[in-house]
Ligand binder design. Structure first.
Ligand code: SF4
Length: 209
């Protein structure tokens, strides 16, 4: 229990740091930082791209339309949000009011700024499975130029963004289609749903014991 308390303290310290962070211009337009949702004791961590409007409004990760779709699928496998550690590459909504209405894809500078927070979170949680939600998260966390969504699983050695490997315990990763891909293009719905079902079916096996 003392280990868990210590991890809670580490996470709270990290969250305070995020709240004082103004490394990216997004920070000046955020309503809230969005550190994570769920549990720091989770065996499975989900990493998405960045918070959307509803997440920015609430400080909770993956509660917008895409998050609700994803939650529906995980629930059908008996997985609750509190069973997972759910976070994003970026802790602030990647949008600038004068530039774009919708979230922008984070660039190198913003991802590089925010990566230490993600890496520290992963080190605190020490998940057995990291689910990279969407191509952007996968590309940055795996340190590759592009991602083929079909090639979707591997071992900890590839979790090495910016030349640093955060993971020195037994851990696998998998890549899942981002649920927003089905909202942006209904033609993606079938493949996105299958990807989510496969991922949460797999996640169940990491959550035992
Ligand atoms: S996105 Fe991350 S690095 Fe950028 S200001 Fe927010 S907390 Fe800081």
């Amino acid at each position: 229990m003392s280990i868990s308390k210590s991890n809670e303290e580490k996470m709270q310290h990290l969250i305070k740091q995020m709240g004082r962070c103004y490394l990216c211009p997004f920070a000046f337009h955020r309503s809230n930082i969005v550190p994570y949702s769920g549990s720091i004791d989770a065996k499975v961590t989900l990493v998405g791209e960045g918070p959307g409007k509803e997440e920015d409004d609430s400080g909770e990760a993956f509660i917008g339309p895409a998050g609700r779709d994803m939650t529906g699928v995980m629930t059908s496998y008996g997985i609750k949000r509190k069973d997972l550690f759910i976070c994003n590459l970026l802790k602030c909504r990647p949008v600038l009011p004068y530039a774009l209405k919708n979230n922008q894809t984070p660039g190198l500078a913003e991802v590089q700024n925010c990566f230490p927070y993600l890496w520290e979170q992963i080190r605190i949680v020490q998940p057995r499975l990291v689910v990279l939600v969407g191509a952007t998260a996968a590309k940055w966390v795996l340190n590759v130029g592009s991602v083929t969504m079909g090639e979707s699983a591997g071992k900890k050695d590839k979790l090495e963004a910016f030349g640093k490997n955060a993971v020195d315990w037994d851990c696998d990763y998998t890549i899942m289609w981002h649920p927003a891909a089905a909202l942006h293009n209904p033609n993606n719905k079938k493949v996105v749903n299958k990807s989510m079902r496969d991922t949460f079916h797999r996640a169940k096996s990491y959550m035992k014991g």
